[in-house]
Design a protein around this ligand. Structure first.
Ligand code: NAG
Ligand code: NAG
Ligand code: NAG
Length: 254
């Protein structure tokens, strides 16, 4: 029996409309990558303005970091983890490297810029890694993976731009998994009045005239494998006498 024409029209459309890339946890997306030519072996500190006050890129993940405007997503993607592997079987290992997004840089028409360290580690061994470096730019594929910080809690890094008590700016560091932080509230702990924090730049969230007293942070996490939204309320408060540059333990990991 012939299928109704209407249905025949529909079928190819459905087939061409697979689940969105971000819901397809096993799928890789193709792209090209270069590396920061004057990044040192362990990171990108000197070259790029990282969202975390300058030193995030160099100390994080042994310097295996990456800049990409599309994955940085105006700061939402900062701190997210990706598996990146190059695609030339002659040089490239199957596992590639696990990298962390720390910046939004672009280089000409190349969307991905890795630290030199991460770029070379896509090779099957040190020699082939060196050969990759001499190529300068290579085809890659990437997919989002879960970040893993088995011996760390989520921490609150008070941004250098903060000025106690009138201007509060901070970042959330070391969150495990593959969910995005999509909203953050700052609550005083006496009457539980909360303020929604705007992103000021990159992953930094800020508020003028923050509540006084110790501060409780509420984090809305979205996406990930279950596509759920969850409010996470860490047990530790940011102390009343918070200072610019300080790092406070949230007392929780997810
Ligand atoms: C809580 O509410 C009371 C009564 O309105 C007020 O006096 C107090 O200052 C508030 N506390 C904080 C930390 O805002
Ligand atoms: C902040 O207050 C706590 C006690 O609440 C104290 O132990 C700590 O030394 C103070 N920190 C600063 C930088 O003043
Ligand atoms: C994480 O938080 C828990 C609960 O507050 C605490 O016992 C533990 O020491 C913290 N871990 C780290 C690595 O700071």
């Amino acid at each position: 029996m012939a299928l109704p024409t209407q249905l025949l029209f529909f079928l190819p459309l459905l087939l061409q409309h697979p689940t969105r890339a971000e819901t397809c946890s096993d799928c890789f997306t193709q792209s090209r990558a270069a590396y920061y030519p004057n990044s040192d072996k362990t990171g990108t500190e000197r070259k790029i303005q990282t969202p975390a006050s300058g030193s995030f890129g160099a100390t994080l993940n042994d310097g295996d970091v990456l800049a990409s405007s599309s994955l940085y997503r105006n700061g939402v993607g900062c701190g997210a983890c990706y598996q990146v592997r190059c695609t030339d079987a002659k040089y490239c290992s199957n596992d590639g490297v696990m990298i962390i997004i720390t910046d939004a840089g672009v280089s000409g028409n190349i969307e991905f810029i890795l630290s030199q360290h991460a770029f070379a580690r896509m090779g099957q061994n040190a020699d082939l890694g060196a050969s990759l470096l001499s190529l300068g730019a290579v085809g890659i594929e990437y997919r989002r993976v879960s970040c893993s910080y088995p011996s760390k809690n989520i921490t609150f890094k008070i941004d250098q731009s903060s000025n106690h008590p009138s201007y509060f700016a901070f970042q959330i560091w070391d969150q495990q998994g593959n969910k995005d932080v999509t909203a953050v509230q700052l609550c005083e702990t006496e009457n539980l009045t909360c303020k929604l924090l705007e992103r000021s730049h990159g992953a930094v969230r800020a508020v003028v005239s923050p509540p006084s007293g110790p501060l409780s942070v509420r984090i809305l996490q979205s996406g990930g494998d279950d596509r759920d939204e969850t409010w996470v309320v860490p047990p530790n408060n940011i102390p009343q006498n918070w200072t610019s540059g300080a790092i406070y333990d949230s007392g929780i990991q997810v």
